[in-house]
Design a protein around this ligand. Sequence first.
Ligand code: TXA
Ligand code: MG
Length: 345
Amino acid sequence: MHTRIYKKEDLLKEDVKTDIKETLLSGENVVFPTETVYGIGANALSETGIDNIYRVKGRPSDNPLIMHIASKEDVTTYAHVSMPYIKKIMNAFWPGPLTLVMKRKATVPDKITGGRDTVGIRYPSNVIAQSVISIAGVPICAPSANISGRPSSTLFEHVMEDFKEKVDIIIDGGQSEVGLESTVLDVTKPIPVILRPGIITKAMLETVVPKVNLASHLKEDDIPKAPGMKYKHYAPNGEMTIVEGIEDKVVDFINEQIKTHKENGHKVGVIATRDIADKFKDAFVFDVGDKSSKTDIASNLYIALRRMDAQGIDHIYSTAFHENAYQEAIMNRLYKAANHTIIKV
Ligand code: TXA
Ligand code: MG
């Protein structure tokens, strides 16, 4: 398959608009940027399009897809806005990196929801994403644009690695602004529940509603899972370990590990913020940015993980990032990438 590549300015051209619309309406896939990560999109009302996503991504079909819309009014076509607080949340955070899980209507194909009675809906703020949805004239279901098990794509290059010649169209939107997937919030209950943390945090949501709960699986995140329970998600190829503790000890510990692995002829990579990046000797160090920046670590994390693979790194060590405003989301992805392998020093 020859993949057609477009840029933002191409979306103003009539022939490109027609191509995007016809591609989606015929059940094919278009990869496009959103403010969080790139998405691999299909017409949400076409079973063929949805099947293609699962096939191309290699994703288990019981994992439900998010429906993307380009206007708040469209929600009621597909879901019951049952709880009185939902409108407040939509008004405060849409368009943006927040997915709302609501009771679905019969207009939503079963294939999107994996047979559930709920559907996840998101109104993205990225203008390219909004254009693609508007051009299509139908809602677009889109999981993150990565082969299942790989880190999500936050650069055009990532998308090309995973989907060149596998989808009809890829739209280049440069680097994703946020860098982590949207917050997924279950709003079917009297108290909303965060199912996946993102940069719309519990504290931010609680400025609009009195209380927000965290799903129980999120509270167990620092309990190491038994070996063998390998939950492959957001995972780089190398064996990854998170090292937590006092900074000097963390640095010393990682440097010792580097030395040992080097002696065995293995390649080592380190993920750390700029202030300590040059303290690691003889390793491939990925600087995820300024420790005091709110956005740097989130926006660079998946780039770091993919770069470790590109460098053929055998052992990856990452420091923890508990002081960041988005630490809930960052550490959630990091723990998954490391398969919950954490060493406290
Ligand atoms: O930022 C994002 O959300 C990106 C961009 C492309 O919009 N999309 C994304 O999609 O991350 P995906 O499919 O990789 O992740 C969607 C998450 C999954 O963990 C899925 O299980 C959950 O949302 N989800 C979707 N519908 C759900 C539902 N009805 N009930 C519970 N969880 C749901
Ligand atoms: Mg994903």
